[in-house]
Design a protein around this ligand. Structure first.
Ligand code: PRX
Length: 647
């Protein structure tokens, strides 16, 4: 099947770093001699002492080892800030666009240096030192980036917790990494409303729930006041009041951890993905440069949140390492109305826009109103990330937002990969709406069947990566065994992504979605088990099973089957209560779309819930349930079909 393809626009071709031939040659070099290739590319980063080793990696069972540039020393903050001072000191490093239309700020690299160094000195006063963990629970304000960079400067390992997470989720993450300090704000602002953050931190820490936390640093972002706990809480502005801007960056080994970022897996406990310093910085910087074909004067806008990996690699570390002006947006694409994105593009003359299919679909749902009031003619390249982009959304984005002149880089990657692995690099290839197209340099994707046999030619299967790349996660915090088990045991000697994919007859990759119990709801990654454990923590719930189903706007919706405790009445009020409960226990991003009462769940005779059947019922595909011969009680299924909700 040959898909419709769009050529790279001529103007982009004329100025792009790559063309099909240079891409092919460079890719060949990177695969034929990764050692030489990455030795050379490593030079894009400033090292305090150079590396002599480049790649030391082994995916073999029992010998798992991933090291890059291991004997080099560097500092990530130095690379993002200090090294630009001589040539780019007065260049804007961060443009901040607030939630309200007339609120904005420009921060030069020199100002960034001062802010970061002063805050790092503030953290030092609180006893933060190399190797300590610091949690960051912040809105999308420049101080979130200052906090990350200040940690990096001191060699402290930051763990950013998405500001949409609830107290419970904060406490779990803080305790897992043993954070000493948590940095937050009184409030964030989104869509014209205040979002209280400090009270969530207070609740997370209440009693002795997070014994490792010694201090809470609070940014005063709005005028709303919350109680400060004497001895524990300190205002950001007071902390840095007497700090100077001289704070030498700590000398870090390439394999010292830079950050931990929690993500969802197929079991209940979130995974603390660990990224280290040297390889991550080389990879974030290089992919940012090539995927977005960055030029010195570009204004680059990644509309993600710093609470996710996209914010880490492509709002903060990648662009700033490259000396690029990066735009941070506090608000939402639909406030005050759907024309906001276009207007921000015009106002700041944005050249590169990187967003998610869920945002694109939300705008598309309002017809062409998103294009009203803006020209968007500064745009050169547009990106998509987080979930498969459906061809209708792709075409709308291309034609309406990009005026049919900007390539769309549909970037496939994961929290664990640190940076983009597959994308249509400008101008290495034509584009096919819905396809992520080609691997980045040094990346060896392949498909295997369920037994691990490698598949060739045009086919569909499980997506694996056959060799290491510098940006790859090194471990899960305090759980190396789970790391090995999750990514390196399903198929031997390769990294398993958890995604399914198709390769077409031109060798281009099409990601089809997760093949495990992980959901992708509006581009947010959620484990079904996480939502189930939140549900069963409610006293009325005896058992719960969560599955995904296709949803027009969100990509996937959340469908919940609940068996109530004997004697409890399963009614609408309880349904509302449980929806609120999940929002509060976990996060509003995990809000169930449907809750179906299930007197029983379909189980095998050994007691395992048959999710395949639940998924089909939720997706209205119940006429073909597949093999049901192992069901302990087939009548359960008939009753579930009869009472299904997503009709
Ligand atoms: O299923 C894939 C999907 O998002 C998952 C990774 O989620 P997370 O770790 O939260 O990182 C998201 C941002 C990098 C993947 O396993 N995914 C991500 N990008 C794409 C995608 N699916 C299809 N196409 C993409 N471009």
């Amino acid at each position: 099947m040959s898909a419709l393809s769009y050529p790279m626009p001529e103007a982009v071709k004329a100025s792009a770093r790559l063309n099909p031939q240079t891409y092919a040659e460079k890719y060949q070099q990177s695969i034929a001699d990764p050692e030489a290739f990455w030795a050379e590319e490593g030079k894009r980063i400033s090292w305090f002492s150079p590396y002599s080793q480049v790649k030391k990696t082994n995916f073999a069972p029992g010998e798992l080892d991933i090291q890059w540039y291991a004997d080099g020393t560097l500092n990530a903050c130095y690379n993002c800030v200090d090294r630009h001072l001589s040539e780019r000191g007065d260049k804007t490093a961060i443009i901040w666009e607030g939630d309200e239309v007339d609120v904005q700020k420009h921060i030069t690299f020199r100002e960034l240096h001062e802010e970061v160094a002063r805050f790092a000195n503030g953290l030092k006063k609180l006893g933060v030192k190399k190797g300590d963990r610091v949690a960051i629970y912040m809105p999308m304000v420049p101080e979130a980036a200052y906090a990350m960079l200040a940690c990096a400067r001191l060699g402290a390992v930051h763990s950013v917790i998405f500001a949409g997470f609830s107290p419970h989720a904060i406490a779990d993450r803080v305790n897992d990494c043993g954070a000493k300090v948590i940095i937050t704000s009184n409030e964030g602002r989104r869509g014209g409303k205040g979002v209280a953050l400090k009270p969530n931190v207070d609740e997370a820490l209440s009693g002795d729930a997070c014994p490792t936390i010694e201090h809470v640093v609070v940014l005063k972002h709005t005028d709303v006041d919350f109680d400060m706990h004497a001895g524990r809480d300190v205002w950001w502005h007071e902390l840095i009041g007497d700090c100077d801007a001289d704070c030498p960056p700590e000398v870090m080994q390439a394999e010292d951890p830079l950050f931990i970022l929690y993500t969802s897996g197929s079991t209940g406990k979130p995974k603390g993905v660990v990224h280290t310093t040297g390889g991550y910085m080389v990879y974030a910087s290089m992919t940012h440069e090539y995927v977005f074909d960055i030029k010195e004067d570009d204004v680059y806008w990644c509309a993600a949140d710093v609470g996710w990996i996209t914010g880490h690699s492509y709002i903060v570390y990648g662009p700033l390492a490259n000396g690029t002006t990066t735009l941070m947006f506090e608000g939402v694409p639909t406030y005050p109305d759907v024309s906001r994105i276009g207007k921000v593009v015009d106002k700041h003359q944005v050249n590169i826009l990187y967003t998610a299919p869920t945002a694109i679909r939300a705008l598309m749902a309002k017809g062409d109103a998103a294009a009203k009031g803006s020209k968007r003619d500064s745009l050169r390249i547009m990106g998509s990330v987080g979930e498969p982009i459906n061809p209708e959304a792709w075409e709308w984005y291309y034609k309406i937002i990009g005026n049919s002149k900007c390539p769309i880089v549909d970037t496939w990657w994961q929290t664990e990969t640190g940076g983009i692995l597959i994308a249509p690099f400008p101008a290495a290839t034509d584009m096919k709406p819905g396809s992520a197209m080609l691997p980045f340099f040094g990346v060896k994707p392949a498909l295997v069947d369920n037994e691990g046999k490698k598949l060739t030619g045009a086919t569909e299967g499980n997506l694996i990566i056959e060799d290491s790349w510098p940006g790859q996660a090194r471990t899960l915090w305090n759980d190396h065994e789970r790391f090995e088990q999750t990514y390196f045991s399903t198929y031997k000697n390769v990294y398993f992504t958890g995604d399914g994919a198709r390769v077409d007859e031109d060798g281009h990759f099409w990601i089809t979605g997760r093949v495990d119990d992980v959901l992708n709801v509006s581009g947010h990654r959620l484990g079904t088990a996480e939502i189930e454990s939140a549900l069963v923590a409610h006293e009325a719930v005896a058992e719960a099973a969560v599955v995904g189903y296709p949803h027009d706007l969100k990509g996937q919706g959340i469908y919940v089957y609940v068996t109530v405790v004997d004697g409890v009445e399963a009614n609408d009020e309880l349904r509302k209560t449980l929806v609120q409960w999940v929002r509060k226990e976990l996060s509003p991003i995990a809000t169930p779309d449907h809750i179906q009462w299930a007197p029983g769940l379909p189980k095998t005779r050994s007691g395992k819930i048959m999710r395949r059947i639940l998924r089909k019922i939720a997706s209205n595909e119940y006429s073909n349930l597949g093999d049901t011969s192992t069901l302990a009680d087939p009548s359960v299924v008939d009753s579930l079909i009869e009472n299904r909700l997503n009709r």
